[in-house]
Design a protein around this ligand. Structure first.
Ligand SMILES: NC(=O)c1ccc[n+]([C@@H]2O[C@H](COP(=O)([O-])OP(=O)(O)OC[C@H]3O[C@@H](n4cnc5c(N)ncnc54)[C@H](OP(=O)(O)O)[C@@H]3O)[C@@H](O)[C@H]2O)c1
Length: 311
């Protein structure tokens, strides 16, 4: 059987993305093949497509973008016992998710409750995995952290909004930065909103006279110096999006994580979402044919929320 996928054979702008008809991928040991119901655009997708993170001129073979996925199991590989054909799941794919069919290791998937919409489910994996990891690295893992004050820079973003909510649920006092347009959204998550940009440190001090214990930059827009000034030390600050700034200031840059911990965090978050105790990002859907437009809209911040491809 064949099905459609988005791929690129060279690095560049959104125009390098093309729709192809290809053989359905065959699941390997410990993998399943999913009929993809939804696959979000993450900033990493267009950063990889641009070639900015590669040393060669082109990927070694055609590459299908996308990591996060939600879909229905339609074939299982050897050794798969935990999932069966027809199961509805979300998590991380391998080999690309911008497609009608995608592969995923069973250990990277969790079940999707019926009441969670496909596009909402697909919007979660990277945000949840990253938020959970970042809080752990800042010493704010599971448990009660009442009395701790955290700044989340980029609190209205996909990673930021989950980070805020997990921290608030752990008793943390959170100050979240966002544009003017998203101040109310950040407040609704349980954080004190502050507008980002020039003068950030003074605005944060005004709402946090008790001082700031930890800070995380989830936006990569040049706030690290302010965050170090607010916390008093680079070791109290983490970034997931400003590699150069981290190098310059001695701040930890965090990427990647333990896949099993990510799946556990995702399962916990899905349970909270199904109970109405976690707010998911607002979602805007695009057909597979508009993958390039969706990436471009995300990169240039033309459309707020999580942009999700629905094949
Ligand atoms: N290292 C890792 O493991 C990892 C994992 C996931 C993501 N990331 C990276 O983290 C970044 C965010 O990802 P995402 O999916 O959360 O993106 P996103 O949903 O597009 O959110 C980005 C947020 O940044 C905010 N922002 C824009 N300019 C800002 C500024 N000057 N100061 C502070 N915030 C600003 C925006 O707020 P407004 O909408 O209010 O303007 C927006 O909500 C990307 O660079 C991504 O590649 C890294």
């Amino acid at each position: 059987m064949t099905s459609r996928a988005v791929q690129y054979r060279r690095f560049g702008g959104p125009e390098v993305l093309e729709i192809v008809e290809r053989e359905d991928p065959a699941p390997g040991e410990g993998q399943v093949r999913l009929a993809v119901r939804a696959a979000p655009v993450n900033p990493l997708d267009w950063k990889l497509r641009s070639g900015a993170m590669a040393s060669a001129d082109a990927p070694p073979e055609p590459r299908v973008p996308g990591f996060d996925v939600a879909g229905v199991v339609e074939a299982v590989g050897d050794g798969v016992v935990d999932l069966a054909v027809g199961d509805e799941v979300l998590g991380k794919s391998v080999g690309g998710a911008y497609a009608e069919k995608a592969l995923a290791p069973v250990r990277a998937l969790t079940r999707k409750p019926a009441e969670v919409a496909w596009e909402v489910a697909a919007a979660l994996p990277t945000g949840v995995a990253t938020a959970d990891r970042v809080l752990g690295l800042l010493g704010l893992g599971a448990g009660d952290h009442t009395g701790t004050t955290l700044v989340v820079d980029g609190a209205a973003g996909a990673v930021g909004m989950i980070t805020v909510q997990l921290a608030v649920a752990r008793g943390v006092t959170v100050i979240g930065t966002a544009s003017e347009a998203h101040q109310d959204d950040v407040r609704a998550l349980g954080a004190m909103p502050v507008v980002y940009g020039e003068g950030l440190a003074d605005r944060v001090r005004a709402v946090a006279p008790q001082g700031v214990d930890r800070a995380v930059d989830t936006a990569g827009q040049g706030s690290l110096r302010d965050l170090v000034a607010l916390t008093g030390a680079p070791e109290k600050v983490l970034t997931i999006a400003d590699y150069a700034g981290a190098q310059e200031l001695g701040v930890t840059f965090s990427s990647g994580g333990d896949p099993d911990a990510e799946t556990r965090a995702l399962a916990d978050a899905v349970a909270l979402l199904a109970d109405g105790r976690l707010r998911a990002p607002a979602v805007v859907t695009y057909p597979l044919e508009e993958a390039g437009k969706a990436q471009d809209d995300n990169q240039h911040r033309r459309v707020a929320g999580k942009l999700v491809l629905v094949p």
